[in-house]
Each structure stands twice: as structure tokens, then as C-alpha cells.
Design a protein around this ligand. Structure first.
Ligand code: CU
Length: 306
């Protein structure tokens, strides 16, 4: 990508896409559409499958694949408006002060030291701004933390330097997931360097999946940007988060807590599939791991949890 002369345009387009995040009307929206089309063109892999990974010249977050990430995006856009407003206000104020009260224009400086109204305003207004930020921030935090009506559970265990995944609701089978080495990456098959793994997590779309995260040696972090998830895996502690994936596709993440020399070599790959495909995959895995099929056991577990 980087060697193509068109990348400059790519940057400009990404910028327009950034502006589009705030639902700017009219012209900008048209530009944004153009930009999105452009970005998609640059990033388009051979397969039609949705890929949750970073793309060259990306300016924003990855496209949201879960309701949590959608809300993260909305909160991010709100913050961007607020900080842009504050920055412009302060900049204008500073420029005005530098111009209006320079030695030349204001040779006799005022001796005023207090102004009650002004002091009340510059205390109250920032407090109000913080309240405006805090309310959606807490709402989002609780939304991320609370696993309401989980349909199924998986457990991710960080290890130096790979992940182990367990499927406790489906016969409690587990498998290890290792990064595919650089020299074994097959770009034709859509594999991505430093992101693709030998054993992907497979999850059904449209279901609330509780994700338990822990570690067996040092602290790791289970992070998938398109899901809005970044959860520390701490030895001896069980953290939980959740995801409901909107669309089938492959979504990538990486360990996001510096965990040793192989920190960059323990990516996360989640393949989201339809309900039927998920059941097929579960059966294959159960046969492979010699687990009794999801019959009475699963029903019993489901009942116990209700
Ligand atoms: Cu790690």
C-alpha cells in the first residue's frame, strides 16, 4: 500500500471520514460517503468476508461489530466535539489576549485581582462539562461490565505466549491458539501477519457471549478492537466481559498487556458464524476432543443457570 502514489488521497479521505463521525450534514456527508467508499476500496480483501483488523491509513476506530463498540464510538464522538470546542475556545481566547493586552495596546495594565462572577463561572462551567462527560461514561462502563442474559460462555486464558480457550457450556473442551509464523502466512487465504492464528475462537452471531478472562503466568490482556473489548487476564482472578457480534466475519485482536518477549506473538482471532455453522463447529470440536455430545449435559447446565 505504502508504495502506491495514491496513499496521499487515502489520508485526505480518512480525514473526511473522521469528520463524518459527527454526522456533519450536507456536503460533508457526501464527502464522507465518498471517503468510506474510497477506504473500502483500499482495504478491500479478495474475500467478501468482513474482516475486523486495522487498515493502512486508518484514522478512526475499527468499524463496530458489537453494540458495546457502537456505544464506544458514540462516546468518542461526543468527547471529540467537546474537546474540539474547548481547544478552539482557549486558542481564540489566548490569541485575543495576546493581541488586545499587548504592551503596545494596553500600556497601563489593570490592577484588578478578583472578579466573583468570573470565578464562579470558570468553576461551574468546567464542572458542568465534566458532568456531561461523566454520565454517558458511567453508563457505558456499566454496559460493558454487565453481562445481561448470557446465552453462552467462553473462557480465555492468557499464557506466555499463546491463548487457551475453553467452552464450558459445550462439553468443556478446550484448545490452544498460536500465532501463525511470518514465513507460514498465506495471504491468498486472507491470513494476516501477526494476527492470524492456527485455532480461531468460533462464536455465533447475535448471541450474548460471556467472556471470562484470566491468565496462568503473568498479566495478559484480551483485546478485540471491533468488539470494544480490552480486559486484563490476571493469574488467580477471573474477569468477565461480553460481546454480541452483529455480523459474520473474522475479527482480530492482540494481547494488550506487555507480558514478555512473545507479547507480540499472541494474537486473538474470532470467527463469527451463523447459528447453524456454530453448531456444526461445536460437533466437530466435541468429536475431536472426545467430549460427549451436547445432549443432556448442556440442557442440565442451561436449566441450572436459569
Ligand atoms: Cu500476553
Amino acid at each position: 500500500m505504502r508504495t502506491q502514489p495514491i496513499t496521499g488521497t487515502g489520508l485526505a479521505m480518512s480525514m473526511f471520514q473522521g469528520i463524518a463521525g459527527h454526522r456533519a450534514a450536507g456536503k460533508l456527508a457526501a464527502l464522507a460517503l465518498f471517503a468510506v467508499a474510497g477506504l473500502t476500496f483500499f482495504a478491500a480483501p479478495a474475500a467478501a468476508e468482513r474482516v475486523g483488523a486495522a487498515v493502512p491509513w486508518q484514522m478512526n476506530f475499527q468499524e463496530a461489530a458489537t453494540p458495546v463498540m457502537e456505544q464506544v464510538n458514540q462516546f468518542h464522538n461526543l468527547l471529540l466535539v467537546i474537546i474540539t470546542g474547548i481547544t478552539i475556545f482557549v486558542l481564540v481566547l489566548m490569541l485575543y489576549i495576546a493581541w488586545r493586552f499587548s504592551e503596545k495596546r494596553n500600556p497601563e495594565p489593570s490592577k484588578t485581582t478578583h472578579n466573583t462572577l468570573l470565578e464562579v463561572v470558570w468553576t461551574v462551567v468546567p464542572v458542568l462539562i465534566l458532568v456531561v462527560i461523566a454520565i454517558p461514561s458511567f453508563r457505558l462502563m456499566y454496559y460493558q461490565a454487565e453481562v445481561a442474559n448470557a446465552d453462552m460462555t467462553i473462557k480465555a486464558i492468557g499464557r506466555q505466549w499463546y491463548w487457551t480457550y475453553e467452552y464450558p457450556d459445550h462439553g468443556d473442551f478446550s484448545f490452544d491458539s498460536f500465532m501463525i509464523d511470518d514465513n507460514e502466512i498465506d495471504p491468498e487465504a486472507g491470513q494476516l501477519r501477526k494476527l492470524s492464528v492456527d485455532e480461531e475462537i468460533v462464536l455465533p452471531v447475535g448471541q450474548n457471549v460471556r467472556i471470562l478472562v484470566t491468565a496462568s503466568d503473568v498479566i495478559h490482556s484480551f483485546a478485540v478492537p471491533a468488539f470494544g473489548i480490552k480486559m486484563d487476564g490476571i493469574p488467580g482472578q477471573l474477569n468477565e466481559t461480553w460481546a454480541r457480534i452483529d455480523e459474520p466475519g473474522i475479527y482480530y485482536g492482540q494481547c494488550s498487556e506487555l507480558c514478555g518477549i512473545g507479547h507480540a506473538d499472541m494474537p486473538i482471532a474470532v470467527r463469527a458464524v451463523s447459528e447453524e455453522d456454530f453448531q456444526d463447529w461445536i460437533e466437530t470440536q466435541q468429536a475431536r476432543h472426545g467430549v460427549e455430545p451436547a445432549g443432556d449435559r448442556q440442557i442440565a447446565q442451561t436449566r441450572a443457570s436459569e
